[in-house]
Every structure is written in structure tokens, then in C-alpha cells.
Write a protein that binds this ligand. Structure first.
Ligand code: CP
Ligand code: NVA
Length: 308
């Protein structure tokens, strides 16, 4: 069963195949209205459940549009409206859904929900973000980097701010795609040792650097994310902002990266907090290509999961 649960759980050759396939499918659609079907209809007759236990704009719309372009059908389900949110077990939910649909994408809080869903489902399960990781996002980010600058292998990626779920998937990707990752942020928000350890074990250079200027020096790619994630308590907001303010990505910080460095953010962004509008809307930013590439990357992920 080809579940897409995390980047480190997916074979490196398969990941490379997905990125290349995504790029080719994007090229094949160039200039075509968004609502028109792809020439190939590999998901014809297939039903995809998209389950959201947290808010979403990009993940929700890009999966839905992607399935339709490939000839399939979707149902978007809010976890709260399902019996899942009212005491039915994950295992029972997985077994029931498997009788109706061909593929399940779930965005949830605790990683254990995703893992259990995959364990009991008879159909592939895709991770649409948990508190710990966000693999679909990083697949889109790699596609975006390589479209603009060629192979990411050997490049220096700098993660700024909170060592959160998106940072974790970047560390998984460092190991699989062979790039170096520097984390710069306060020690209280370091990425988990497990993620750093996995990347280092795979031979990647992972640097933890408290000084954002030193960290960004020589960067090929600078990445920011929100300072308060969906799973973080709102009561921690002020404390987090105070810790993270020195790590804002602004023009002064970007000036230390390589001249051709790119800037990425998975969005949604909080302008003038983790990143200034001047950077987001500036010449080095590829944030909207990155958002678009969620669509293309996830189409290739779904095809890999379904073997079509
Ligand atoms: N980047 C991302 O996953 O966005 P959404 O929360 O809007 O899906
Ligand atoms: N780190 C953010 C990513 C949102 C796409 C969150 O989990 O809220």
C-alpha cells in the first residue's frame, strides 16, 4: 500500500519520481484553463475523501482541483461533522471509509491519528499536515526550487523562526534530496532532536545557529513560516512573538543570502511579523509559485499512491 505519510517514510527514488512527474504534468497543462480536464484521466471513476480537522485554504482547494483535473471526484469532510469528532474510533472510521472511497487525505492534530488511519485503511492515506509534519508542502517547495534554480542537492536551505511541523518535513527532505539545512531561531523552539538526528545520520549538514545573519549568509533558499501554528495555544502568542522577533525575514536579512537566493513561505503568512511585505512581494520571493505547485505536486503524489 503506497501511503504518503511522511517524506522520510517514502523511498528516495519514489520521491524523485513524484517531483519529476509533477513538473511534467504542470508543463502539459500550461496555458490551459484551470477547470479543464487533463489529457490523461487516471482518476476516472475514483472517489477521494479530504478530511480536515483544522482550517485550510491551499490544501483543501489544491487537492480538490487536482482530483477533478485527473477525472476523479472528491468529498470534503470536516472532522467535526463526522462521527470521528464525536467518539467513533479512528480504526472504525478508516475501515468504513475504505468501503466508499479509493483514497483518503487527512489534516489532523496528533500524528497518531494519521498513523492509525493508515494502519486500518484498505486504501492509501495522505498526510495533509499534522502537528509534527507537512510533507505535501515540502514536495511542492522542492518542485518550486528546482523549477527556478535547478537541482536542490547540495544547496544551503535556511529555516528561520519556529522549528515546527513544516521545518520537520524540510529536515526529512534534506536527508532524502541531499541538501544542507541551517535552522535559526530561539533554543526553546528548536526542531525536535529526532528530525535533526535523521538528517545528520543521512549525511546532511544540519547547523543550529542562533544568529540569523550568520545563518543566512550564503543561503540558496531562505524559508519562513508563521510564528504561531494552528496547534499552538493562542495564550503562547505574545511569548512566541517576543522570542521570534529577531528572526523576522526582512530586506536587511535577505541581503546576507546569496544574490540569487530564493524566499519561500508555505502560507498563510502574517505580513510584517515573520516576514515583511517587501520580501514577500520582492524579486526573490516565489511564494505564489510555491502555492500553485501544491496542486501539481499533490497530483503526482495521488497518482503514486494509487499506482495510476
Ligand atoms: N500551506 C498550507 O498548507 O496552507 P493551508 O493551511 O491553507 O492548507
Ligand atoms: N506551521 C503552520 C503551517 C500552516 C500551513 C501550522 O501548522 O499552522
Amino acid at each position: 500500500m503506497n501511503h504518503f505519510l511522511d517524506i522520510h517514510k517514502t523511498d528516495a527514488a519514489a520521491l524523485r519520481g513524484i517531483i519529476d512527474h509533477a513538473g511534467a504534468m504542470k508543463q502539459a497543462r500550461l496555458g490551459r484553463p484551470k477547470g479543464t480536464p487533463d489529457d490523461e484521466q487516471p482518476l476516472a471513476g475514483q472517489m477521494v475523501a479530504l478530511i480536515f480537522e483544522k482550517p485550510s485554504t491551499r490544501t483543501r482547494v489544491s487537492f480538490d482541483v487536482g482530483v477533478r483535473q485527473m477525472g476523479g471526484q472528491t468529498m470534503v469532510l470536516s472532522g467535526n461533522d463526522m462521527q470521528l469528532g464525536h467518539g467513533e474510533t479512528i480504526a472504525d472510521t478508516a475501515r468504513v471509509l475504505s468501503r466508499y472511497v479509493d483514497l483518503i487525505m487527512i489534516r489532523t492534530f496528533d500524528e497518531s491519528v494519521l498513523v492509525e488511519m493508515a494502519e486500518y485503511a484498505d486504501v492509501p492515506v495522505i498526510n495533509g499536515l499534522t502537528d509534527r509534519t507537512h510533507p505535501c508542502q515540502i514536495m511542492a517547495d522542492i518542485l518550486t526550487y528546482e523549477e527556478h534554480r535547478g537541482p536542490i542537492k547540495g544547496k544551503k536551505v535556511v529555516w528561520t523562526g519556529d522549528g515546527n511541523n513544516v521545518c520537520a518535513s524540510f529536515l526529512h527532505a534534506a536527508a532524502q534530496f541531499g541538501f544542507d539545512l541551517t535552522f535559526t531561531g530561539p533554543s526553546q523552539l528548536d526542531p525536535e532532536d529526532e528530525f535533526v538526528g535523521l538528517a545528520r545520520k543521512a549525511g546532511c549538514k544540519v547547523v543550529i545557529e542562533r544568529d540569523p545573519v550568520k545563518a543566512v549568509t550564503g543561503a540558496d533558499l531562505v524559508v519562513a513560516d508563521t510564528w504561531v501554528s494552528m496547534h499552538d495555544s493562542q495564550s503562547s502568542k505574545e511569548r512566541r512573538h517576543n522570542m521570534l522577533r529577531p528572526y523576522q525575514v526582512n530586506d536587511a536579512l535577505m541581503a546576507h543570502a546569496k544574490d540569487d537566493a530564493l524566499f519561500m513561505h508555505c502560507l498563510p503568512a502574517h505580513r510584517e511579523e515573520e516576514v515583511t511585505s517587501s520580501v514577500m512581494d520582492g524579486p526573490q520571493s516565489v511564494i505564489f509559485d510555491e502555492a500553485e505547485n501544491r496542486l501539481h505536486a499533490q497530483k503526482a503524489i495521488m497518482r503514486w499512491c494509487l499506482g495510476v
